[in-house]
Write a new protein. Structure first.
Length: 255
């Protein structure tokens, strides 16, 4: 799936807002915040129409000063915001460090907190932007044109398949992007509506099809497939969706 050769959105002068929550991405980290800002710097979407807002909170390293330093290197962007707000410790540890964050018993509390963080950032930073690009701050690599490629789908909300760096064959990292199956729908009937279901745990399979296994479906001659759930590693969405009330629910919603 490729964007038209001129590299411009289908409607002239469309604007972009890049958002990312940041935690524990200081200098010792293998993918420090400076690396993430370099990835933003390398994007080919016109800088004069691109705004950037990063929110740091609850880090226990030097992420905040390092983030301010890194963002100061961005030139030519419509606006650049370094925001700080502490929401309290994350269960299982924060910022992607340590294996405790993957424990199933902390997932609900972690996702509630992360939803609150994202919603706060969205409320503070979103104005009249045409597009919003959510990115995880620990991405190792990013193509220069994700906005153009994803916008070429013609959809108002679209996610890519984010994979584990160096995996061969490519292994999907974000298992929260999936399709329901007949088997998964049947299994959910035995689960209370207020009980969340989490992906990626062998002891409690969901029987859903994850995005990495959907590449051969080829809807309408391209690589776009319909999903019933999406993860947050990378999301491109129309700004109007959020202005009309779309948010990250900080509660159990449809399991």
């Amino acid at each position: 799936m490729r964007f038209p050769a001129d590299g411009e959105p289908r409607r002239a002068n469309e604007t972009l807002l890049i958002l990312s929550p940041v935690r524990n991405r200081g200098s010792p980290h293998r993918t420090p915040i400076s690396h993430f800002v370099e990835l933003i710097q390398g994007l080919t979407f016109p800088r004069s129409r691109t705004s950037v807002a990063l929110l740091e909170g609850d880090s226990d390293d030097d992420t905040w000063p390092r983030m301010q330093e890194a963002l100061a290197t961005l030139e030519g962007f419509a606006s650049v915001q370094a925001l700080k707000k502490d929401f309290g410790p994350l269960p299982g540890g924060g910022g992607g460090q340590g294996e405790g964050r993957h424990a199933v018993d902390v997932q609900l509390l972690r996702r509630v907190r992360l939803a609150m963080v994202r919603n706060w950032l969205l409320t503070v930073a979103l104005r009249d932007h045409d597009w919003v690009l959510w990115l995880d701050s620990d991405l190792a690599r990013l193509p220069p044109d994700p906005v153009q490629q994803l916008a070429a789908s013609g959809k108002e909300l679209v996610v890519p398949n984010c994979v584990v760096e160096g995996s061969s064959p490519p292994r999907t990292y974000d298992l929260n992007s999936w399709q329901e199956t007949d088997e998964s729908v049947e299994a959910l009937k035995a689960v209370p509506k207020d009980q969340p279901v989490f992906e990626g745990y062998a002891e409690s399979p969901t029987f859903r099809r994850h995005i990495g296994s959907l590449g051969q479906q080829g809807v309408q001659g391209d690589d776009v497939v319909k999903l019933d759930g999406i993860g947050g590693s990378a999301i491109l969405a129309r700004g109007d969706l959020f202005r009309r009330g779309l948010s990250f629910p900080p509660f159990v919603f449809d399991q």
